[in-house]
Design a protein around this ligand. Structure first.
Ligand SMILES: Cc1ncc(COP(=O)(O)O)c(C=O)c1O
Length: 363
């Protein structure tokens, strides 16, 4: 005899979790040899050989059966040296997604005012629902830059925004970020810099003056390590220690930890710099080719471009037509983006293939 009905159990779920819509990412594929996967802003290139060699460590005594370092001391030290910050200014997460979630859990109580932009990263509503915060959703202007005055006017306890912005690739200037930190002080500014390694600037130097600024970054994009899940948050040491206090024990696994250390070796950084240069030059070439077929493409400071086509029907046709030809791009149903496709910058061959197929589909 069942001891009761599952509906009785589900009634115990917190009310803000009951309606939570989980994150839906871009489609995933099985054979990378057969597909051009240009839908999730990953690197089309593998990380350097020294990083891949970490795989051999699985055979070292204790590597798999012992817990990894829990205080992240060596990794913090190496990253701090790379960024020119102090180790105490860094917290690591299982992807920057975990850091962003930890930030939400540290600062947002039920009913607290949370501001985020639309369109922007699709996890913001998830953190809103997870915490029960009260959302202030701000429509971005047509140029997708951060509307500082409108955000300030809402007086949110915390604001999330991506910079470079996703999915447009637009960069909000550092002076605007600083003004937002000043106007909202002491409330919290969370700047998601997942793509900033592809931009000409970032907001790290604001950390000196703005204890209410938290910047998140990732190894998933420019470091070609999306599969390893390693991200980090940067801020004032006292704020970071609050975030670190709620980290799960050993949240960075042994393989990811070792890969992170290898990725920060000087010769890896040199390799990544070359890869970033190549992706940036392909980004410009891709933008030009997409404009040549009649799309409007905003200048991008990330590893993707947002192409505005003639109509929602054309965007949808291209999405499905490209998928039939083994090319995945991102198509959004959001009303501001229905006539757009977002394309991750691929290898030169993938980009050529994409442009040729778009030419065919447009007849
Ligand atoms: C704007 C933005 N922020 C954060 C993330 C999450 O990155 P991570 O792989 O570090 O969790 C992504 C992933 O695509 C993203 O697009």
């Amino acid at each position: 005899m069942p001891i009761g009905n599952v509906a009785q159990v589900l009634r115990l779920v917190r009310s803000n979790i009951r309606g939570l819509k989980p994150y839906v990412g871009g489609a995933q594929i099985i054979s990378y040899a057969e597909w051009a996967k240009l839908n999730q802003n990953e690197s089309p290139y593998p990380p350097p050989p020294s990083v891949r060699a970490v795989g051999n460590k699985f055979n070292e005594p204790g590597f798999l059966n012992r817990y990894p370092p829990g205080d992240h001391k060596e990794l913090k030290g190496r990253l701090a040296a790379h960024l020119g910050l102090a180790p105490e200014q860094i917290t690591f997460g299982n992807g920057s997604d975990e850091v962003l979630q930890n930030v939400a859990l540290v600062f947002l109580d039920k009913g607290d005012k949370l501001a985020y932009m639309k369109p922007d990263y699709s996890m913001w509503p998830v953190y809103e629902q997870l915490t029960g915060a009260s959302p202030r959703i701000i429509d971005l202007p047509d140029d997708y830059t951060l509307p500082v005055d409108r955000v300030s006017a809402e007086r949110p306890k915390l604001v999330f925004f991506s910079n470079p912005h996703t999915p447009s690739g637009t960069l909000t200037p550092i002076d605007d970020v600083r003004r937002l930190c000043e106007e909202l002080f002491p409330n919290i500014i969370v700047e998601d810099e997942a793509y900033a390694d592809f931009a000409e600037g970032n907001s790290l130097k604001l950390l000196e003056d703005c204890p209410n600024l938290i910047v998140t970054k990732t190894f998933s994009k420019a470091f070609a390590l999306a599969g390893m899940r390693l991200g980090y948050g940067l801020g004032h040491p006292s704020v970071i220690s609050q975030i670190d206090a709620i980290r799960l024990p050993y949240n960075i696994n042994a393989a990811t930890y070792a890969v992170g250390l290898a990725a920060l070796e000087p010769e890896s950084i040199e390799y990544y710099d070359g890869m970033i240069r190549l992706i940036k030059s392909e980004r410009n070439r891709l933008r030009g080719s997409l404009e040549n077929v009649g799309f409007s493409v905003r200048p991008s400071h990330a590893n993707f471009v947002l192409a505005k086509t003639e109509s929602p029907e054309m965007a949808e046709m291209l999405y499905h037509g490209l998928a039939k030809n083994n090319i995945l791009v991102r198509y959004f149903s959001d009303e501001r983006l229905v006539d757009c496709i977002r394309i991750t910058v691929g290898t030169p061959e993938e980009n050529d293939h994409l442009i040729a197929e778009i030419g065919e589909l447009l007849g």
